[in-house]
Design a binder for this molecule. Sequence first.
Ligand code: DX5
Ligand code: ZN
Length: 217
Amino acid sequence: MKLVAPSMLACDFGNLENEILMVNKSKADWFHIDVMDGVFVPNISFGTPIMNVLKKHSKKPLDVHLMIVNPDNYLENFSKLGANVLTVHAEACTHLHRTVQRIKNLGMKAGVALNPHTPISSLESIINEIDLVCLMSVNPGFGGQSFIENTYKKVVDLKSLINISNSNALIEIDGGVNSKNAKKLIEQGADVLVAGSFVFKSENPTNTISDLSALIN
Ligand code: DX5
Ligand code: ZN
């Protein structure tokens, strides 16, 4: 089963409760939630107040993507806010192994995100400890950017690292995902597709989610 995770960053925040209910009723598997601090990435998105609304209304797992410096200071906070998967950036963690252990000890699945320039080989010594690798297929910070084609090669390399290591890590692709690249990403080994603009800027987000899910399953 391959998963679709709509990125709430692209939803209508003036209508947040209804957007959450739409995702609840749709074929989506997870909520993807982008937390940006304006330091690790050149944009600020949202934090605790929006997370509280998501926690209150969502009926599907919350996949929280932290694009922040010093994520260690907030792991407990996001656990209390209902995160099921908590993803930190490898580039933001000096002691990534310790951070991953702490996420798991708090009862969450541990994800590690890699920026487009960060090689897959940087995960060799930790791939067996993590539940999910989020490959950034755009430079993080904004929705609506174009998919970086080199991601395909990274998916193949990551899948091979996972296989030779006997790791159970899921491969998530984040940024510029649409119906044109979804199938190839899955064929090359991706498990979870995040889609923001493609879903929420479409005429009928519910149908777009169903179509994407059908395309990859
Ligand atoms: C980018 C975020 C993505 C983004 C995806 O920094 O991590 O999750 O919301 O949005 P689209 O699908 O519009 O590229
Ligand atoms: Zn994201």
